[in-house]
Every structure is written in structure tokens, then in C-alpha cells.
Write a protein that binds this ligand. Structure first.
Ligand code: URA
Length: 429
């Protein structure tokens, strides 16, 4: 096959701050998947994009080219409005677990392809795999069956979805080019658009525990993703939300499932409930079901019914006891006063060191490991009062986890004002 372009010319164009044409973008993504553009050439192009940026047209086209590298799912046969949510990830962020059945209980279908965690933020599939028997890998036909049975499905993305992104993301990871906003936005949106939902709500986190800790960068990422979604025919909006403090009181796989079930039972910590309901309202509005109040479906048990149906349809037992860790260690307040800081990243790193997360893609995670918080910033505490309990299968993990957690905690004199981000910082439509 004669190639219409030479990779070196495409790289030189971006190096010299020129806009790539639609034809160059379509070709470079396709040729990279075919192995005609080599890894070192794509790495050079990714670095040129990181340094010299891409405009809106280029970013939308790049996303469309990545979608075209694989299959695009279609749930129109369900006869229900379809809507999904994506979070850029945070510590204690278990929101997908109660949110998908909650939105399903209000009448929309939620097809959600999720990932596993790497580093200090957890992955939705790792959390759900704490439930005995639960299966993450489904064929497209099985996904449709679960959607018909429960109105929602949470499963692993198959190999056919945006394969260009899988190859490019792995390359960016080892060439210091993950941080380019057009590449992050197109990576996330190619997978979400290929998933086939008609509406999409993005939860873009900012603060120490977030992937984008800088609020201005988080805003730019959110705006870019909202534009890509809307330009590609998926009704998209975003909430920028706080990740300076862990969400809820539980961090760790089985612990987060336990907290999600509490929310579905009508209880749970207020920040988890408030964010779940706020995201559900956005999703229902996009699905044309803005007249439904998700708070009712939490209170009357219908969201819980959908959760139980979804877990069963994916071979899990919603009544089985969740795994617990063999050992516990309590961290107490070093002094009396006000807890002014409980840093999300520090707590995420501590949970990861306890075994809740993985360092390399192939590592296993511990279902029972994690942290239960007993106080959140703003609480009055007394010297010696338990601040958090750590759980691990192996006692040797406590020393490293303690070092990380202690680093993230500040107890100041009574009356000190606590500086916290609001839970929902802004909304982008
Ligand atoms: N998550 C993704 O899926 N892609 C990125 O580039 C960054 C985060």
C-alpha cells in the first residue's frame, strides 16, 4: 500500500507549530495501529503535541480517528435513553457504584465501561471484584442482557474499543507525554463515545488526590472534553469537583462497596450522597428525565433493587459477606484541637501501600485492605482519639502506610479555620 504521508512530515508540522490537517490526523492514527508509524515516531509526535498543543478541530478529529480504530457500540435497540458518567478518578471515589443503579431506577439505561486502578486512585472494577462471584468481563451480548435485566451494567472495556488509544496510552506512559490536555481529553472521550451512550456527564476532579491537581488545568480539561463530546453528537456536560479530601469514610475495595451499599440503603456519608445525587440529576436531565428526583429512588429502595439485579446478572452474590483483611491498626490524633487537613493523596498512597492498589498493571489487589476514616476536616478531636483504622492482609504493610497517612494529617489549635474546596466547584455545559 502506498502511504499518502510520511510520518516525519507530520511530526515536523507539529514541531513547527502548524495545525495538522484532518487527513494527516486520520492517517497517522490508522498508520500507527497498522505499525507503519513506529513507536518512536508516535512518541515524537506526542511530545510535539504536548509542547505545541492542538486546537479544537484537531482534537475532535484526533478523537474521531481513535474511535474509528475500533468498534462503536449501539444500545438504541433497548428503547431507553442511554447515559453514562466518567470520573477522572480520586481517593474513595466509589460514586459509580451507587450512581449507575440509581439512574437506572429513574428510567435511563447506563452502560458503563470501567477500568482498574493504577497508583493511588482505585479502579471501579477492582472494587466490584470484592463481591464474591462478580464478573467484570462480558461479551457485548452479555452486556446487553445485563442492561435489559437491571437497566445498568458496569464491566471491563473489550479489546475492540478504541484500540489506537490502548497503544498510544501505553506509549505516553513511558515517554512523559501523558500530561498533554488534548491527548488526555481525546483518550478519555474516544473510549466514552465509542461506548455508545447518547449522554455523558464528566466528573473532573481537582485537588491533591486528583489526576489534575491544578484547578485551571482541570477546568481546561473539562471544557475540552465537553466540546469534543458535543461536537461528536454526544450530549456532554461536566462537574468540576473537590478531591482535596477523600470522598466518604471508606477507602479500599470491599470497604467502598460496603459504603456504596449504605448509600443505596438510604444512608451513607453526606458527601457521597450529595455527589451521587448531583451527578444523577445531570444524567437524568441529559436523558430527558429531568422531572425524576433521584433522592426518591434512594429513599424508596428502587435503586437498591437495581443494584442487586445488576450484581446477580454479573454472577455476583449481593448478600455474601465481603472479604475483610486479617489485621487492623488504629492511628490516633497526636494532639487535641481541630482536624484541619486530611490530604486525599496521602490517604490514597497509604491505602495503596496497604494493598488496596497496584504498582504495576499485572499486580493483584487485596479486596479487604484499605482505610476507614473516623473524622473529616473540621472535626474537633482529642489527643489519643482514633482518626482512622488501617486494614491489611500483611502486618508488614502498616509501617509504610502509617508514614504516608501521618504526612497527610494536621491537627491545629481549637478555633483554626479549615480551608476546604466546595464539593462541587463548577459546572460546564
Ligand atoms: N485516563 C485516560 O483514559 N487517558 C488519559 O490519557 C489519562 C487518563
Amino acid at each position: 500500500m502506498t502511504e499518502p504521508f510520511a510520518a516525519v512530515d507530520v511530526i515536523a508540522a507539529k514541531r513547527d507549530r502548524r495545525e495538522l490537517t484532518d487527513e494527516q490526523i486520520d492517517w497517522v492514527i490508522d498508520a500507527y495501529v497498522r505499525g507503519v508509524v513506529a513507536d518512536e515516531q508516535m512518541a515524537a509526535l506526542a511530545m510535539a503535541i504536548l509542547l505545541n498543543d492542538m486546537g479544537e478541530r484537531e482534537t475532535v478529529r484526533w478523537t474521531e480517528a481513535m474511535i474509528a480504530s475500533g468498534e462503536r457500540m449501539d444500545f438504541s435497540g433497548l428503547g431507553l435513553p442511554t447515559v453514562d458518567k466518567h470520573s477522572t478518578g480520586g481517593v474513595g471515589d466509589k460514586i459509580t457504584l451507587p450512581l449507575a443503579p440509581l439512574v437506572a431506577a429513574c428510567g435511563a439505561a447506563v452502560p458503563q465501561l470501567s477500568g482498574r486502578g493504577l497508583g493511588h486512585t482505585g479502579g471501579t472494577l477492582d472494587k466490584l471484584e470484592a463481591i464474591p462471584g462478580w464478573q467484570a468481563r462480558l461479551t457485548n451480548a452479555q452486556m446487553l442482557e445485563v442492561l435489559r435485566a437491571a437497566g445498568c451494567v458496569i464491566c471491563a472495556a473489550g479489546d475492540g474499543l478504541a484500540p489506537a488509544d490502548r497503544k498510544l496510552y501505553a506509549l505516553r506512559d513511558v515517554t512523559a507525554t501523558v500530561e498533554a490536555i488534548p491527548l488526555i481529553a481525546s483518550s478519555i472521550m474516544s473510549k466514552k463515545i465509542a461506548e455508545g451512550a447518547a449522554g455523558l456527564v464528566l466528573d473532573v476532579k481537582t485537588g491533591s488526590g486528583a489526576f489534575m491537581s491544578d484547578p485551571l488545568q482541570a477546568r481546561r480539561l473539562a471544557e475540552t472534553m465537553v466540546r469534543i463530546g458535543n461536537d461528536s453528537g454526544v450530549r456532554t456536560r461536566a462537574l468540576i469537583t473537590a478531591m482535596d479530601v477523600p470522598l466518604g469514610l471508606m477507602v479500599g475495595n470491599a470497604l467502598e462497596v460496603q459504603e456504596s451499599v449504605e448509600v443505596l440503603a438510604g444512608g451513607g456519608p453526606s458527601d457521597v450522597v450529595d455527589l451521587t445525587v448531583a451527578l444523577a440529576r445531570e444524567m437524568l436531565d441529559l436523558a430527558g428525565l429531568g422531572h425524576k428526583d433521584p433522592a426518591d429512588a434512594l429513599a424508596d429502595g428502587t435503586a437498591m433493587d437495581h443494584w442487586r439485579r445488576m450484581i446477580r446478572a454479573q454472577h455476583g452474590d449481593p448478600d455474601a459477606p465481603l472479604p475483610t483483611a486479617a489485621h487492623a491498626h488504629v492511628l490516633v490524633a497526636p494532639a487535641s484541637g481541630v482536624l484541619t487537613r486530611l490530604d486525599a493523596r496521602a490517604i490514597g498512597v497509604a491505602a495503596w501501600r496497604l494493598g488496596a492498589g497496584r504498582a504495576r498493571k499485572e499486580d493483584a489487589v487485596s479486596a479487604g485492605a484499605g482505610i476507614e476514616l473516623h473524622a473529616k476536616p473540621g472535626a474537633t478531636v482529642f489527643a489519643g482519639q482514633p482518626l482512622l483504622t488501617m486494614y491489611a492482609d500483611d502486618e508488614a504493610r502498616f509501617a509504610g502506610a502509617l508514614a504516608a497517612a501521618e504526612e497527610g494529617i494536621t491537627v491545629a489549635a481549637a478555633g483554626t479555620v479549615v480551608d476546604r474546596l466546595p464539593l462541587i466547584i463548577s459546572r460546564i455545559t
